[in-house]
Design a protein around this ligand. Sequence first.
Ligand code: ADP
Ligand code: MG
Length: 244
Amino acid sequence: MTETLRMTTPIIAAEAISKSYSKGAHKVPVLQGAGLRAMRGEFVSVIGQSGSGKSTLLHVMGLLDSPDVGEVLLQGERIDDLNQRARDQLRNQVFGFIFQFYHLLPELSLLENVMMPLMIRYSLREYWRRRKEIRDSAMDMIQQVGLSHRTLHRPSELSGGEMQRGAIARALVARPEILLADEPTGNLDSTTGCEIMELLTSLNQNSQLTIIMVTHDESIAGQAHRIVRLAEGRIQTVSQEDAA
Ligand code: ADP
Ligand code: MG
């Protein structure tokens, strides 16, 4: 792909996604032709009421779930229909995820949690060969999120904001191109939520990280470049403005 094409093709696109869940004998439609495209370096918020399908759309875009109908394209190439192994690899290398409840592993230290994506990437032998490099990458990422003084702490010894910073470090340690964030401030008080938003904004600006963030909080959503709303299973554009 030429550089021009690379810059004008969305880095990630969900095209006409439909998905239903079965509730007993009923099929409940959640997404009904939802489409969302993000350019490289863009920070997009997805808002919508609870139950509108925001998490489902994010999971489909990040290959955590499959659409019934529609396609997910990475840099113009379809990825949702790849085999399991290829999908696992993309999930590990292209996407980083953060969630409302952090999902750090409780029995591991912060450092071990952050190293995990890189440990999973390599065979055991390769991990041993690269363990210093992996540890250094994790320490570097922990420093970037401002947690160098918490490296050996377990999640239970961290505050909510610190746990989310740790989850961000884990999501970014493998240098993904796209961060998918599902209600990242949803469990934090507003001051701590603002600090997490400042961190995400600076990561977006300083490293051209593409971010798609789901939230039901309009003031949090307003900190992205662009807001879209998910309602009745579809994406409706709310506003488009360049970040100042
Ligand atoms: P949001 O993140 O906007 O709150 P979700 O994507 O989590 O919405 O859920 C949308 C709808 O799909 C909800 O009605 C929810 O109950 C339903 N749903 C989500 N996941 C599942 C599942 N794994 N099985 C059955 N129903 C589900
Ligand atoms: Mg949700």
